[in-house]
Design a protein around this ligand. Structure first.
Ligand SMILES: Cc1cc2nc3c(=O)[nH]c(=O)nc-3n(C[C@H](O)[C@H](O)[C@H](O)COP(=O)(O)OP(=O)(O)OC[C@H]3O[C@@H](n4cnc5c(N)ncnc54)[C@H](O)[C@@H]3O)c2cc1C
Ligand code: FES
Length: 337
């Protein structure tokens, strides 16, 4: 059954406990939704759940591979006192129906012979595991993984990764880093891992906690990896600053042939401003990772708090991820395509 806003009610076929604080939800995609729910390795979907009468939307990356005969699967790790991740870990059961919107995201790979060099921290393994399985499914695919966790008990897919390494011999290797044994991963640890990697012949994918991603990205750049070979997927970003630093007075937004001009509320992103103006502006991850909310600034300017989607040329053309865009000019006009 298709629900309003493009969500579909999918049946939970199975729930697999991966670690004490992470589980996988295996979802049944009926034939009528097969096309909408086809996906590329590295993408995510959005779950809409109701907890204590309140609706929440959260993104979860597929940990399954689209090129293997696998059911669609997402893997959810408890996030501190977070609402949805804990609710799913405590309550999800086979037979449940979950409201799900179709896959999205740009943390994907083109067809390539280059080696996949991946860095995952904690739950960041989910899209990386999908990318690795997919790369190895091809006859010549090669991958290596540095996977950081606090302690041995929190390694998700430990056996599956060991199995892949066993089956694919020289085509895949996994290196585990445990904070409990060696402290948090440092630039020196990353440099050690990179020994033997053909930097010019590899693609680099990073997903994990923010500080982990920053450390890896900086070490890769220091090792001479060009920016366009480094792919990032952020599960969370710093909250939007609320202090009143803006000079902006009015925002004009065009969407679906509607044009609205509203007073700017300091601290609001362009996406929040569009919503406050009553527009149904598109969005998904709200971390600057997926590109769903892209619009063009045709007058005025904005700064991006986080952007893992747009390259320099696109930014120069005025494109912004509205979920992470704070206006910086007195007035601004923003057009959704
Ligand atoms: C593109 C994308 C893909 C993603 N893929 C995955 C995935 O594959 N697997 C996965 O597990 N996650 C994934 N995430 C993260 C996921 O979407 C959620 O953000 C995550 O599960 C946390 O949601 P939550 O409702 O549990 O936490 P929220 O309730 O949103 O809380 C967020 C944080 O605030 C803290 N917090 C909340 N309330 C309090 C309080 N009262 N006191 C102190 N601290 C508090 C929580 O501890 C938590 O750390 C992805 C995110 C994105 C953007
Ligand atoms: S909603 Fe994903 S980049 Fe803005």
């Amino acid at each position: 059954m298709t629900l309003p806003d493009g969500f579909a009610a999918l049946r939970v076929k199975d729930v697999v406990r991966e670690t004490d604080d992470a589980l996988s939800l295996v979802l049944d995609v009926p034939a009528e939704h097969a096309a909408a729910f086809s996906y590329r390795a590295g993408q995510f979907l959005t779950l809409r759940v109701s907890v204590d009468g309140q609706e929440y939307r959260r993104c979860y990356s597929m940990s399954s591979s689209p090129v293997l005969q696998q059911d669609l699967r997402v893997t959810v790790k408890r996030d501190g006192r977070g609402v949805v991740s804990n609710w799913l870990n405590d309550h999800a059961a086979p037979g449940d129906r979950l409201e799900v919107s179709p896959p999205d995201g740009r943390f994907v790979r083109p067809e390539t012979d280059r080696e996949l060099v991946a860095f995952a921290g904690g739950s960041g393994i989910t899209p990386v595991f999908s990318l690795i399985q997919t790369a190895l499914a091809g006859p010549a695919g090669r991958a290596r993984l540095l996977y950081a966790n606090r302690a041995a008990g929190s390694i998700i897919f430990e056996n599956a990764l060991a199995d892949l390494a066993g089956r694919h011999g020289e085509r895949f290797s996994v290196t585990h880093h445990l904070d409990h044994d060696r402290g948090v991963l440092t630039a020196a640890g990353i440099t050690e891992f990179l020994a033997g990697v053909d930097i010019a012949g590899a693609d680099f994918y990073i997903c994990g906690p923010g500080p982990f991603m920053d450390t890896v990205e900086a070490a890769l750049r220091a090792a001479g990896v060009p920016a366009d070979r480094v792919h990032l997927e952020r599960f969370s970003v710093a909250p939007v600053p609320t202090e009143n630093t803006a000079v902006t007075e009015q925002v004009t937004i065009e969407l679906d042939r509607q044009v609205v001009t509203v007073d700017y509320r300091p601290g609001h992103t362009l996406l929040q401003t569009a919503r406050m103006a009553g527009l149904k502006a598109p969005s998904s991850c709200e971390t600057g990772s997926c590109g769903t909310c892209i619009a063009q600034v045709t007058e005025g300017s904005a700064r991006l708090l986080n952007n893992d989607v747009l390259d320099e040329d696109e930014i120069a053309e005025g494109l912004v991820v509205t979920c992470q865009a704070l206006p910086t000019s007195r007035t601004i006009r923003c057009v959704y395509e």
